[in-house]
Ligand binder design. Structure first.
Ligand code: DC
Length: 221
């Protein structure tokens, strides 16, 4: 069973999915981390031409586990949980994630995984392309100003030189490329419930989502 949360960068979907997983004691699946893992593998393989990379992709083994509030990712038994957050992965991930063969590889992994347990997953295209039959779909939104402010605050520790304006511009660029790419763009599913987090506290928003999950999933039983 799966609950999906899609939305643009900085809308709060990842922290919401984690909070929901913790509250309901279910599994958390971070689909962006899988695209980052494949990107790490491509960088590690000396950034080959895509045709060459696609030959090694089928033999590539992904492993994931959510434990101690962390989504762990391994490629071919090497734990790369910290590596995938680094700039040399982040700067290539959009390009890698836009390729249909890479999307198919990641999607197949996710579809197999969720057969085993109950999951809440966050991404861009989960409700539309990957899990069109998900038991429950959320689409999270927040104003660009608020999303930029949140990301800026998060980056204060790791990237103190960055300005609010740079963060806002980066989010606008990512929104544009996520929404306009040919393969499975970011889009609200027709049957997704919209959660606009502008002006809400994190706790308020989680309460709202938990209430919806409890109501909706009870109705379906
Ligand atoms: O959520 P994130 O920033 O870790 O995602 C990393 C990249 O992966 C981002 O550029 C968008 C892409 N992505 C995607 O194309 N589809 C998803 N379901 C999740 C992420």
């Amino acid at each position: 069973m799966i609950i999906v949360i899609d939305g643009p960068a900085g809308s709060g979907k990842s922290s919401s999915a984690r909070a929901i997983a913790n509250r309901l004691n279910i599994q958390f699946l971070d689909s962006g981390a899988l695209y980052r893992a494949v990107t790490w593998h491509w960088v590690q393989s000396q950034k080959p031409e895509f045709e060459t990379f696609f030959k090694i992709l089928p033999e590539t083994e992904l492993q994931t586990e959510y434990r101690d509030q962390t989504f762990f990712v391994s490629v071919n038994n090497k734990d790369i949980t910290a590596e995938i957050r680094k700039h040399n992965v982040a700067k290539h991930v959009s390009k890698i994630a836009s390729h249909p063969k890479i999307r198919e590889f990641v999607n197949n992994y996710m579809r197999e995984l969720v057969k085993e347990d109950v999951y809440v997953a966050d991404g861009r295209d989960l409700g539309t392309a990957v899990f069109p039959d998900a038991e429950l779909k959320f689409y999270m939104e927040a104003s660009i100003k608020e999303r930029a402010k949140r990301r800026f605050k998060e980056l204060q520790q790791s990237d103190p030189g960055v300005t609010l304006q740079q963060v806002k511009e980066n989010l606008e660029q990512r929104d544009h490329s996520d929404q306009t790419r040919a393969a499975d763009p970011l889009k609200k599913a027709d049957d997704a419930i919209v959660i606009d987090t502008t002006g809400k506290t994190f706790e308020e928003q989680i309460e709202e989502m938990i209430k919806i999950i409890e109501e909706q999933l009870k109705l379906k039983h």
